[in-house]
Design a protein around this ligand. Structure first.
Ligand code: ASP
Ligand code: MG
Length: 405
């Protein structure tokens, strides 16, 4: 008998009707002859609501207590789901993360899973139970409750699939799978049938709201096939799996738009060794994430350096940049929040050339200026003027023939 791990997100269990619908789907899977382990998120916006409650008391609540608080959300959903399955006449039992031996490190609110002791789950499966596990939580070796970071139920599911040697992991959500672009921006975006772990990781980092990144990394590391499906109806969804030769035939798998970054430019930076190191060391010390960086050697002894940071870190970044610019004898520092980053991703880029020029051509057709460019083996990103993102993503999506046939 093969084992399947299914994970249902908060929107799939937002109310009693949806919990009952999920229960019916689980019963069907079990009746089809599979062992089923289910991971559930907290109902609807429960986690946000709990955070909001704590924030009404203080902006900086103690992290251990936040884990105590947030872990209750999932305890509600697992028990309700077990009740719903039992009501359909099937054996089911719910567990918290700590109860089933999900052991994490000590970093409250962003703990990492160190080990999973599957004995208790195996035993319950042996008794013919549907096993329901609270997502997003675990415990330290000192028995402290921890949570895995927002969206962490995906990680619980993939980690359990790995530890239990499941056939695959199914992630149920409120969309039909992963799309070639965000359908709200590109109405004729197409659902992707199969995609590689690396492409999903790139797309997630580029602003596509797909899956929790660390769970995809774990899936990749241990080769766990992951299906992303809609819990509201049947459908194959999108399979995330290891790269195959056939995937290379498709040059671009997806297009993503990110509006969360701002561009910082330092003018007239002395062009000598150690300068860039100094600037970026200061930013790293201040825990500020840098994305794209551009610098070019000029004819003079000065150069301009531009880089992007997240908008919500810009306020912390600017004083650091101003200070270091002064100390190295650079000129003016400017920032621009009115930018968008548009990216294309595809493993096919490894073996096909001319992708960048097609992307630039599409932008040129719409008279959109490119301000920065960066590339990796399977990705090309361009920073463009803010407000043109929607136009850009549609044109590029069309250029690569990604629309519905
Ligand atoms: N309930 C948690 C959150 O909202 C975990 C999850 O949904 O995966 O972040
Ligand atoms: Mg949630």
């Amino acid at each position: 008998m093969s084992l399947i791990v299914q994970k249902y997100g908060g929107s799939s269990v937002a109310n009693v009707e949806r919990i009952q619908r999920v229960a019916r789907r689980i019963v069907k899977t079990k009746k089809a002859g599979h062992d089923v382990v289910v991971v559930v998120s907290a109902l609807g916006d429960t986690t946000d609501d709990l955070i909001e409650l704590a924030h009404q008391i203080t902006k900086n609540p103690n992290e251990r207590e936040m884990d105590m608080l947030l872990s209750t959300g999932e305890q509600v959903s697992v028990s309700l789901l077990a009740i719903a399955i039992q009501h359909l006449g099937m054996k089911a039992i719910s567990f918290t993360g700590p109860q089933v031996g999900i052991i994490t490190d000590r970093f409250h609110t962003k703990a990492r899973i160190l080990d999973v002791n599957t004995d208790r789950i195996q035993k319950a499966l042996g008794e013919g139970q549907v096993v329901i596990v609270a997502g997003f939580q675990g415990k330290t070796v000192a028995e402290e409750i921890t949570t895995l970071g927002r969206g962490g139920s995906d990680l619980t599911a993939v980690a359990l699939a790995k530890s239990l040697s499941a056939k695959h992991c199914e992630i149920y959500t409120d969309v039909d799978g992963i799309f070639t672009a965000d359908p709200r921006l590109v109405p004729d975006a197409r659902k992707i049938d199969v995609i590689s772990y690396d492409e999903i990781l790139e797309l997630a980092a580029l602003g596509a709201k797909v899956m929790h990144s660390r769970s995809v990394e774990v899936g990749k590391k241990f080769d766990v096939p992951i299906y992303v499906r809609n819990s509201a109806h049947e459908g194959e969804g999108t399979l995330i799996t290891k790269e195959t030769k056939k995937m290379e035939d498709i040059v671009v798998s997806g297009v993503a738009l990110m509006e969360d970054e701002a561009k910082v430019t330092i003018f007239d930076v002395p062009d000598k060794p150690g300068v860039a190191s100094k600037i970026f060391a200061r930013l790293a010390d201040a825990n500020i994430n840098i994305d794209m960086i551009i610098q070019n050697k000029t004819q003079t002894k000065k150069t301009d350096i531009s880089f992007t940071v997240f908008k919500n870190e810009l306020g912390r970044a600017m004083p650091v940049v101003n200070k270091v610019a002064k100390s190295i004898g650079a000129g003016e520092v400017t920032c621009d929040e009115n930018i968008s980053k548009i990216s294309v991703v595809g493993v096919g880029m490894r073996s096909h050339s001319g992708i960048a020029s097609r992307m630039f051509k599409a932008l040129a057709r719409k008279k959109i200026n490119i301000e920065m460019i960066s590339t990796s083996e399977i990705k090309i990103s361009c920073v463009i003027e803010g407000g043109k993102g929607k136009q850009a993503i549609r044109e590029i999506h069309k250029e690569f023939g990604l629309s519905k046939k």
